[in-house]
Ligand binder design. Structure first.
Ligand code: UD1
Length: 424
């Protein structure tokens, strides 16, 4: 298994161009089976989760080709309505194919995704909503069988603004008879990107980015060219890299509107941030100020996907910070690893109290999940001495060319056991 070896304490300076968002490209690739047609998607990130989604699309009969940052999906043929179990296991978010397959083929069979690194992550909202649209759902022996040839629009109230459930409903209802409303919908930028994609193939979806989304069912869908929005979490992660190394990083091809909560919190720590709409420069502070209260929230709050990286930064602040994780119940797995590096963190339920320390020291640590793994790399960049981050396949799920990008701005980081990243 590959590891990162990082010699810390280098100040990072230079430019990085941010690629398309993982959490946008995965649902949009799922959506590409809807139109029975050609889909050309630009600005895709070279990450392992995308490779899994491409494998799934090929396994069900689509013709897929990837050339640099462009993927072409020909979804005119589907061979099966069964999503391969081993691939669902590899990537929990393949559950997003449920809505798309129901709409396209009128049925789908998928294995139950079960828990994952960051918590139980139930799919009860997804299943309840699909039933409201008229799908019949049977669950047995770890599999979910969904059938619904004639889905009908419904008024769906979500108990929580779940990103995945909102997306699944949008996909399932695009061809349903009549109108569907999603109330208390997720408002993340990735939902807007999905709406734009669906409308570009001929759908009638309105309201993404607000709490009420309306979908008027249509009969047929067409081919599309679409560009994925920049990854706001990758952007935020590199911002923290600048902050934690007292660096000066310029990030290009970003959407400043999508990262306002991250900008606000990093300004609280003392960072200087200058930006226009698509480029940003961030200068790390000489002394990192603590954050009195950082609470993860659905968008436009601070994303749960930035909690671990912000915590890595706060371990080096000159005071005490309080971080509350309100979205997922098991998202503090990076804490024990940061403590190995000298951090002073106490956990009380879903709250972490971080007392800043003068320095972190390099240690052997293990990535337990995607964002927690990124946080350990950030801590390693700032630590005295050598940090070895094990299990970095978690990080490969969501960061394109992380070590090349960091090397190009002055970090001392390398990957051991360079496995050839799986081909498409
Ligand atoms: C998505 C993102 C993930 C991000 C998260 C929060 C993708 C592929 N993944 O995950 O990276 O961290 O949003 O921004 O886009 N819940 C239920 N029942 C359900 C569904 C969700 O109880 O049926 C709960 C979850 O346990 C969690 C909360 O709702 O507490 C939010 O989850 P959700 O927004 O659905 O997250 P994901 O879509 O899984």
């Amino acid at each position: 298994m590959s590891k990162y070896i990082i010699e810390g304490s280098n100040k990072l300076a230079g430019e990085i161009t941010v690629r398309g968002a993982k959490n946008s490209v995965l649902p949009i690739l799922a959506a590409s089976i809807l139109n029975n047609n050609m889909n050309i998607i630009f600005n895709i990130p070279d990450i392992s989760d995308l490779k899994v989604m491409v494998k799934i699309l090929k396994a069900i009969g689509c013709k897929v080709s990837v050339v640099e940052n462009i993927v072409t999906i020909d979804s005119r043929n589907l061979d099966t309505v069964r999503i391969p179990e081993e691939l669902v296991r590899e990537m929990r978010s393949s559950i997003i194919l449920m809505g798309a397959m129901l709409s396209r083929a009128g049925e789908v069979e998928v294995s139950y995704p079960g828990g994952c690194e960051i918590g139980v992550r139930p799919i009860d909202f997804h299943l309840k909503a699909l039933k409201q649209l008229g799908a019949e759902i049977e669950e047995s022996h770890g599999f979910i069988y969904c059938k619904g040839k004639n889905l009908k629009g419904a008024d769906i109230q979500l108990d929580y603004p779940s990103v995945g459930a909102t997306e699944n409903i949008m996909l399932a209802s695009i061809r349903a008879k009549g109108t569907t409303f999603i109330r208390n919908a997720a408002r993340e930028p990735e939902i807007i990107d999905l709406e734009n994609f669906l409308n570009a193939i001929g759908g009638k979806v309105y309201g993404a980015g607000t709490s009420v989304i309306r979908i008027d069912g249509v009969d047929s869908l067409s081919s599309v060219e679409h560009t994925i929005i920049p990854d706001r979490i990758v952007t935020g992660t590199y911002m923290v890299a600048s902050a934690i190394t007292k660096g000066e990083i310029i990030l290009k091809n970003i959407q400043v509107e999508h990262i306002q909560s991250i900008i606000a919190k990093l300004r609280e720590t003392g960072c200087s941030i200058y930006n226009n709409c698509t480029t940003l420069k961030i200068i790390g502070p000489k002394n990192i100020s603590p954050i009195e209260s950082l609470q993860t929230m659905p968008y436009p709050g601070v994303p749960t996907d930035m909690q671990a990286q912000m915590m890595a930064l706060l371990t080096l602040s000159n005071g005490t910070s309080v971080v509350s994780e309100t979205i997922f119940e098991n998202r503090f797995k990076h804490v024990s690893e940061l403590v190995r590096m000298g951090a002073n963190i106490r956990i009380l339920g879903n709250v972490a109290v971080i007392k800043g320390v003068g320095e972190l020291t390099g240690a052997k640590v293990t990535a337990k999940d995607l964002r927690g793994g990124a946080a350990l790399v950030l801590a390693g960049l700032a630590a005295e001495g050598t940090t070895i981050v094990d299990n970095i396949s978690h990080i490969d799920r969501g960061y394109e060319k992380l070590e090349q990008n960091l090397l190009s701005i002055g970090a001392n980081i390398r990957r051991t056991n360079k496995q050839l990243l799986a081909a498409y």
